[in-house]
Design a protein around this ligand. Structure first.
Ligand code: SF4
Length: 288
């Protein structure tokens, strides 16, 4: 990957960003890799020497790395920090680096740090559930210890102490409980993800078309129908279906404005490979 410095930040930050902080040890897949869309992983591998990212877009990654380094200084009895566990599944080694394991008389509580937004803390983040449950499965099957709790330690980067919205974090560090799965469910999830990655690898090796990213993979937002009236700036109401919107627009003597949903990961190139992706390029380059 090529790291650029478009905003002239100090060079040591660029050096830091260029170093590979993340290691998946001797495994073929890390937990976060199996969770990620197979198409993105393969395209990133294929175009690794051309993928570009500006150092200014890597602030939270850099702070995440810094946090892991600092955490090592906080060693405390009864708390295991930064342990990487390995597990073989159908001939493939998967590994996960667990930020914190708290030993309690009842069992282990797994905690993962996340630099995140207040909005994310207020949502049910499916990927937090998947990641922490795979960690739970690793601890239970590799260390043979019972796991009694999963928590995200959310470091809320945009916390505002004057915000009163329901569910808003109470402080800039918020502990979020994550629902636990049983090991059968988790193992099925791991196998399903590994199969998707295996298929994508075979396609990449043979030069075939890669499996498509799903709407979830692409962060597809919904199309919204806004009922509006001449002379009024804001919408009267928003609907998910055109029929409901048309009905109200007729009553209100207004009109309907369609706000098309979009695959935000593609349009914002958050995957980093949008320019080489035939799925996305095929959509935006449709002949008129
Ligand atoms: S551009 Fe969109 S569809 Fe293509 S790899 Fe990226 S996220 Fe997936």
């Amino acid at each position: 990957m090529i790291i650029t410095n478009k905003h002239g930040v100090p060079e040591p930050l660029v050096t830091l960003a260029s170093k590979e902080y993340y290691s998946k040890g001797a495994s073929q897949y890390s937990v976060t890799e199996i969770m990620s869309p197979p198409k993105i992983k393969r395209l990133r591998e294929q175009y690794n020497d051309q993928v570009t990212q500006d150092v200014s877009d890597m602030l939270w990654n850099l702070l995440g790395s810094a946090l892991h380094v600092v955490m090592e200084r906080g060693a405390t009895d009864g708390w295991t920090m930064e342990e990487r566990l390995y597990k073989e599944v159908d001939g493939v080694t998967v590994s996960g680096a667990i930020d914190i394991q708290q030993e309690t008389p009842e069992g282990v509580v797994i905690i993962d740090y996340k630099f995140t937004s207040a909005w994310a803390v207020m949502q049910e983040k499916e990927e937090w559930q998947q990641q922490l449950n795979v960690y739970k499965w690793l601890v239970e099957t590799v260390k043979r210890k019972k796991v009694v709790g999963l928590k995200i330690c959310a470091l809320v980067r945009d916390f505002n102490r004057h915000e009163t919205k329901e569910g808003y974090p109470k402080a800039s560090i918020e502990m979020v409980d994550i629902p636990m799965w049983d090991s059968v469910t988790t193992e099925a999830y791991v196998r399903e993800r590994l199969n998707l990655h295996r298929d994508a690898k075979v396609s990449a090796d043979f030069g075939d078309e890669l499996p498509a990213c799903s709407d979830t993979d692409r962060w597809q937002s919904e199309t919204i129908y806004a009922v509006k009236r001449e002379g009024r700036k804001t919408a009267i109401r928003l609907f998910k279906t055109i029929e409901e919107a048309n009905e109200l627009a007729e009553k209100e003597k207004g009109y309907v404005e369609t706000r098309l949903g979009e695959p935000k990961r593609c349009t914002g190139n958050y995957c980093g490979v949008a320019q080489w992706c035939e799925q996305y390029q095929g959509e935006i380059n449709v002949p008129a």
